[in-house]
Design a protein around this ligand. Structure first.
Ligand SMILES: NC(=O)C1=CN([C@@H]2O[C@H](COP(=O)(O)OP(=O)(O)OC[C@H]3O[C@@H](n4cnc5c(N)ncnc54)[C@H](OP(=O)(O)O)[C@@H]3O)[C@@H](O)[C@H]2O)C=CC1
Ligand SMILES: O=C(O)CCCC(=O)O
Length: 484
């Protein structure tokens, strides 16, 4: 049973044009707690018509919002940030209830999500244009940056709060209006953010949240000409589909898609630090993040030592309902997620990998899976090519730098990568040669609001966070002034 201090944060209706409403056909869908299987509440199952109304509402207010001075927009966003932090515990309880991650991680996610609002509230005041020396004495060139207009966002279940703020905050800060569609497993965090957005003073219609049929909602978002940008976090498969659908109106796209992160431990690394980094990178959110270490490459001289130390740490992980004290591994999101983990493991073992620890569903049942380590993994196995999105640490052995860089880059993905080494010339060379949007050196965690998060290759387009993240919501206009 979800008990909140501020009960108003638990919503069972969607938020369109500043009103809390049901689906036109009154259909609903249940939101389940993945740790217990209990129904937390139900939410409307909306479709095309409601999405269209949300887009129209956003369009009606966008230009006025954009005209307000950046400082005014910033002050309202700052109110939103303050309210989120004041309600941090309730928002964390909601994340844990609908998504399953341990409460400590949920509290961290709320603060992490809010940090994007704080950062962009500040940064919105610095949307500088430019002047350019003109090619003739009778001419002047001015470059201005203007908000792109109405944007749509589609977000996943693994970070039900922060993936929304990371997209909405820069959009609102520069003067865009927004329509969001959260994942069907985790709509409650999104709706709670809307409650606080309203309280913070964000004008009616500026932030809209539509929950329901992904095909109908995504179809409207990509076919409605008012939407000028679609920002999506989720699987590469759905990203590709949305990109295809967006081609009709040549919409700007922000895509944060799948990853297949290599985590490399060189023989000169601090092995204890590398083990700590691997624990965070691999087992945060039970392995359900797109930047989780998916392939762990360990140089042959330190392979056994690393495997032994990692296994000792994994043995200490407490599994259970994320709402309970000291639990650090919650359930996986659903049966499909467990089936993928099992398929990857079965495939690896059938091709010669050896289970060091874990390897099966946990005795708690449901979607709890034991944190697992497998040794003697090779590139022929599924774990080498596909994102597992679960708590399996596959340990690959490598000989030298050239060998591991070639293996690490041998994937269509290019989101996050990590390596541990001390030698400075190696550090620079490897950081340059890894074909990834993000490289963590001697660290297992990369994400923060001041840095550009994003991938290359089939991991996506655009960047979120940092000053670079603002450009994704702005258009450049060049004005040529000519003397007459
Ligand atoms: N990059 C990342 O952060 C993430 C990667 N993944 C990867 O994807 C795999 C599958 O996870 P899954 O949750 O199914 O990811 P999806 O890509 O299916 O879901 C992400 C979001 O896209 C929506 N969506 C799904 N289909 C459509 C569609 N046709 N049109 C518009 N929106 C759509 C979902 O809505 P709805 O929930 O209503 O289906 C959800 O809001 C994971 O195992 C993992 O490998 C998953 C989540 C996050
Ligand atoms: O998995 C994701 O989609 C989001 C990455 C989490 C992070 O920001 O670190």
């Amino acid at each position: 049973m979800l008990k909140l201090t501020n009960e108003n944060l638990l919503k069972s209706q969607c938020y369109i044009d500043g009103e809390w409403i049901d689906a036109d056909n009154a259909e609903t869908m249940d939101v389940l707690n993945p740790a217990t299987g209990e129904v937390i509440t139900s939410v409307p199952k909306m479709g095309q018509a409601e999405t269209e109304r949300a887009i129209t509402a956003a369009n009606a207010v966008q230009k006025n919002w954009a005209k307000r001075p950046a400082k005014e927009r910033a002050n309202i966003l700052r109110n939103w940030f303050n309210l989120i932090m004041a309600n941090q515990e309730d928002l964390a309880q909601i994340i844990t209830a609908e998504m399953g991650k341990p409460l400590a991680e949920s509290r961290g996610e709320v603060a992490y999500g809010a940090s994007y609002i704080e950062w962009y509230a500040e940064e919105a005041k610095r949307v500088y244009g430019d002047t350019i020396p003109a090619p003739g004495d009778d001419k002047r060139i001015i470059v201005m940056k203007q908000p792109i207009g109405v944007i749509a966002s589609i977000t996943p279940w693994n970070f039900p709060n922060a993936m929304i703020t990371r997209k909405i905050a820069p959009a609102l800060a520069v003067g865009c209006a927004t329509v969001m569609k959260p994942a069907e497993q985790t709509p409650l965090s999104a709706l709670a953010l809307c409650v606080l957005a309203e309280e913070a003073g964000l004008p009616k219609g500026l932030v809209n949240c539509v929950v329901g049929d992904p095909v109908a909602i995504g179809g409207e978002m990509t076919s409605n000409d008012i939407i000028r940008k679609l920002t999506f976090t989720g699987s590469t498969e759905v990203g590709r589909l949305l990109m295809r659908q967006s081609a009709q109106h040549i919409k700007k796209l922000g895509l944060e898609l799948g990853g297949n992160a290599p985590f490399i431990v060189f023989d000169d690394a601090d092995i204890d630090a590398a083990v700590e980094g691997a624990m965070i990178s691999k087992y945060r959110n039970s392995g359900q993040t797109c930047v989780c270490a998916n392939r762990i490459y360990v140089q042959e001289g330190v392979y056994d030592q690393f495997a032994e130390k990692l296994a000792a740490k994994v043995a200490d992980l407490k599994i259970g309902n994320g709402a309970e004290d000291d639990v650090v591994q919650g359930p996986l999101i659903d049966d499909k997620a467990v089936a993928k983990v099992e398929a990857h493991l079965t495939d690896a073992v059938s091709k010669g990998a050896e289970i060091v620890c874990g390897g099966q569903r946990h005795e708690l049942g449901r979607t709890f899976f034991e944190p697992t380590i497998v040794k003697n993994v090779t590139k022929e196995m599924k774990v080498a090519r596909e994102e597992t999105f679960g708590p399996i640490a596959p340990l690959f052995r490598f000989k030298d730098d050239a060998d591991v860089i070639a293996q690490a880059n041998d994937t269509e993905y290019g989101l996050a990568s990590y390596f541990y080494a001390k030698d400075m010339s190696r550090v620079f060379r490897v950081a340059e040669e890894l074909e990834y949007g993000m490289v963590g050196v001697n660290t297992g965690i990369l994400s923060n609001e001041v840095a550009p998060f994003g991938g290359i290759k089939q991991s996506g387009l655009g960047r979120e966070g940092s000053k670079f993240g603002l450009d994704d919501y702005l258009e450049i206009k060049y004005v040529l002034l000519s003397e007459i």
